[in-house]
Design a protein around this ligand. Sequence first.
Ligand SMILES: C[S@@+](CC[C@H](N)C(=O)[O-])C[C@H]1O[C@@H](n2cnc3c(N)ncnc32)[C@H](O)[C@@H]1O
Length: 247
Amino acid sequence: MDTPVILKTYYKGKVKEYFAMPEGELHTDLGVIKLEELRTKSFGDRITSHLGIEFVIQKPRAPDLFAHAKRSGAPMMPKDIGVIISNTGLCSSDYVLDAGTGSGILAIYLGGIAKKVISYEIRDEFIGIAQQNMDLAGLSNVELRHGDIVAEIQKLDERFDVITLDTGDAPAVIPHIPRVIYSGGFLAVYSPFFEQTKEIRDALGKTDFTEVRTIETLEREISFTERGTRPATARVGHTGFITIARY
Ligand SMILES: C[S@@+](CC[C@H](N)C(=O)[O-])C[C@H]1O[C@@H](n2cnc3c(N)ncnc32)[C@H](O)[C@@H]1O
């Protein structure tokens, strides 16, 4: 194979995993792995480090990108991405507009499902990082564009089934969305603070959007130990609110 891979082993009761390309050497605390050997192997095969530790070779999926991709800033958490995907009913025929790209984590999940994703990022230096992440994800249907979504949305002549906004200036983008969203399409806006969320709701209130809902998703992992079973004491706290609206 000549694609990125996940190399995974269970060592002393813990999962150790690495994201690697099939070139050069990977130096780990469990030994050196000659990555060229991957070229003769398939997913599910094993590769052995010079210390004799076996790693299973797995195909990377979106959660692996969330864990290992390069980051330019805070990516959206999978729990929030799940809410966007389920509430918009994202599907394989959808054209999606996304902003801002950031590390591209949301765009990777969207691109894995939708027909086409166009994602805008205002900071030029972040586009390169996000593009590397798209290449690692093997996605050619995600087009990254450099620009300020507030200005760019006013010039767009494409239309979209789903629009996702993860920028502080989302309220300034909302008035322009009706021109570029299909009737029946969904908008999903992520906002970390109550104050921003209220501004988003106010902006939506001045448009023809219907079925507007704002939700917060709490994720609680369950811990299984010798002593007993209970919600894990360390947990993901508040991340953000998601406002979903239908046009
Ligand atoms: C929180 S990050 C987005 C994270 C992204 N959703 C992910 O999952 O990796 C917000 C991004 O929006 C970009 N941004 C802020 N204002 C913008 C604008 N007006 N147009 C385009 N991008 C913008 C920022 O530079 C930043 O990279």
